[in-house]
Write a protein that binds this ligand. Structure first.
Ligand code: AMP
Length: 224
């Protein structure tokens, strides 16, 4: 099973992808996490990408695509995966399809678009915290860790993402609204686009995704 999660920042893509990874063993590939790791490590790619991340605009395709596709190639043909935050342009989507075909890997099964209202996104992102070590997401009101400021999973420190600052959130939402249409059209034309309602809590959205995957014959049995 190979999935792509589409949707605005704060739609819950990362949270649900994390649950799929935990419960079904899919590899969770988050382009934003890969970019932030490259910035943190001071890698040349990270240095080139840093300014774009800070401004909340898309990193150019020629920087992102190779990085994510190398990661995907490394997973091999047998590994199921969910891509979270990639592709973000039709060019990236095309490059992904071409790479999977060239590598003899199974194609993407579905692109799942999470629909969420603007008000909900702003509420989620303003309270979002992430683990500085393993990137697990939390929220000050709705997804509280057992010990304040500490990741339940790995004990890492919880921090706010600099690009979750309100002005940058608005910029990221604008960027999403300006750039998502061609990408959504790309998957719709191929008959691979599906929608889920991402307005509810994480278990509710996870259940909707699981129902969809069962209806599509991608998952059998009773997980979630
Ligand atoms: P995310 O963690 O998915 O919200 O991404 C954080 C930031 O990383 C975005 O605002 C972009 O600057 C950059 N980014 C992540 N994925 C991509 C991508 N596929 N294409 C371009 N920029 C990306």
């Amino acid at each position: 099973m190979r999935l792509i999660f589409l949707g605005p920042p704060g739609a819950g893509k990362g949270t649900v992808a994390g649950l799929l990874s935990e419960r079904l063993g899919l590899a969770h590939v988050a382009s934003g996490d890969l970019l932030r790791a490259a910035v943190q490590k001071g890698e040349p790619l990270g240095k080139q990408a840093q300014g774009y991340l800070q401004q909340g605009v898309l990193v150019p395709d020629h920087l992102v695509t190779g990085m994510v596709l190398d990661f995907v190639k490394g997973l091999g043909a047998k590994r199921d995966f969910v891509l979270d935050g990639f592709p973000r342009t039709a060019g990236q989507a095309q490059a992904l399809d071409e790479t999977l075909a060239k590598e003899g890997q199974p194609p993407v099964d579905l692109a799942i678009d999470f629909s969420v209202s603007r008000a909900k996104i702003v509420e989620r992102l303003s309270g979002r915290r992430v683990c500085s070590r393993c990137q697990t997401p939390y929220h000050t009101q709705t997804l509280v860790p057992k010990v304040a400021g500490v990741c339940d999973r790995c004990g890492g420190e919880l921090v706010s993402r600099p690009d979750d600052e309100p002005q940058t959130v608005l910029r990221r939402l604008e960027v999403y609204e300006e750039t998502s249409r061609p990408l959504i059209d790309f998957y719709r034309r191929q008959g691979r686009l599906r929608r889920v309602d991402g307005e509810g809590d994480k278990e509710g959205t996870f259940t909707s995704v699981m129902q969809l995957l069962r209806a599509e014959g991608l998952v059998q049995g009773g997980v979630g």
